[in-house]
Write a protein that binds this ligand. Structure first.
Ligand SMILES: *[C@@H]1O[C@H](CO)[C@@H](O)[C@H](O)[C@H]1NC(C)=O
Ligand SMILES: *[C@@H]1O[C@H](CO)[C@@H](O)[C@H](O)[C@H]1NC(C)=O
Ligand SMILES: *[C@@H]1O[C@H](CO)[C@@H](O)[C@H](O)[C@H]1NC(C)=O
Length: 304
């Protein structure tokens, strides 16, 4: 669902000139809601003091992820981007390359396409799996700036209503993590105050905000695909506040992850941390819930 915590406190009075947000419009048969770091699945303070060796990776006993019979994104997925505010060319390039990496056939293992394979494991009631094909569509422009979006979370997803715009289209909104609560939205390249003594990781593409956004984008994309209209795959009983497949694995990037430990990730020669390869670049993206094995999985898992 939404990757946001009580963000109001975080971004009290954003000047409208400072908006840096990205909306991903997703075209496919179906659309959904989404958000990020540790709002609803907030673990209590003692959880953050677990040692680094604890094997967590989500806990199957407590998770009742269910399919609620709604559509998922089984047709080829086209992502249209809408950029708000001022973005550098290179920042847009990092984000586009991540989206293009989702269905790239031959990235080096562990890969972004390997990460999407967990999402592809979800199907609808007809047995059709989520599409493996995710393409970047044309850039869209819009006259209005969704100021209310930008103040509520690192990212979220939802869908448009036919009564308002004439069609149903799933979309996700993601803010620039450097501007919006970096401790949550750019984690672990920035560290929130409630995890004392942690050194931030070095980001793989030299841009803490955008490298942090990549995981939020991955989170929202995975949830858009599996719960586009808020009536497909989620845990919990409240469809207006669903706990979705990426919510269940927030903060987990590798084997052993849980609490304040990211899990085992890879180190580049320059000291940057990453857990998957895309086209030409490396990324650090959170894992997602695998309903077949009942825990969080990702392409860099050591036991696969
Ligand atoms: C926090 O976690 C500890 C240990 O798991 C537990 O005993 C305690 O009841 C929890 N506190 C709250 C407020 O959930
Ligand atoms: C969906 O994507 C696949 C792989 O890129 C392609 O072969 C196929 O023609 C596409 N289908 C449609 C309906 O566009
Ligand atoms: C398609 O979805 C089903 C049901 O979740 C799953 O068991 C199967 O492994 C998936 N197929 C692929 C190729 O991932």
């Amino acid at each position: 669902m939404s990757q946001g915590f009580s963000a109001r406190a975080c971004f009290p009075a954003l000047p409208s000139t400072g908006l840096l947000c990205l909306t991903l419009l997703v075209l496919a048969t179906g659309p959904v809601i989404g958000w990020r770091p540790w709002p609803q699945n907030k673990r209590n303070v003692s959880d953050y003091t677990f040692g680094d060796s604890k094997k967590y990776e989500g806990s199957s006993e407590f998770v009742k992820l269910r399919y609620h019979m709604g559509p998922v994104l089984t047709a080829n997925i086209t992502v249209h981007t809408i950029w708000y505010g001022k973005w550098e060319r290179n920042q847009k390039k990092i984000i586009r390359e991540f989206i293009n990496s989702i269905s790239a056939a031959n990235s080096r293992h562990p890969s972004v396409s390997g990460w999407w394979r967990t999402v592809h494991l979800y199907a609808d009631q007809t047995g059709s799996n989520i599409s493996k094909t995710v393409r970047l569509g044309k850039k869209r422009t819009t006259g209005s700036t969704p100021t209310d979006f930008c103040t509520s979370a690192c990212g979220f997803h939802y869908f448009t209503f036919p009564s308002l715009v004439g069609y149903t289209l799933p979309y996700a909104w993601v803010g620039n993590s450097a501007k919006f609560c970096p401790g949550q939205c750019a984690y672990p390249f920035a560290v929130p105050e409630f995890i004392p003594g942690r050194k931030p990781f070095k980001s793989p593409n030299g841009d803490v905000g955008v490298d942090g956004m990549i995981s939020v984008i991955g989170h929202e994309m995975a949830e858009l695909a599996t719960n586009p209209l808020a009536n497909a795959w989620y845990a919990g009983t409240d469809p207006t506040f669903p706990v979705e497949i990426a919510d269940l694995c927030e903060g987990i990037y590798g084997t052993g992850g849980g609490g304040s430990y990211t899990g085992q990730v890879l180190g580049a020669h320059d000291g940057a941390s990453y857990n998957m390869n895309g086209i030409r670049r490396r990324f650090l993206v959170q894992w997602v819930w695998n309903h077949v094995v009942n825990y969080c999985t990702g392409p860099n898992a050591l036991d696969q």
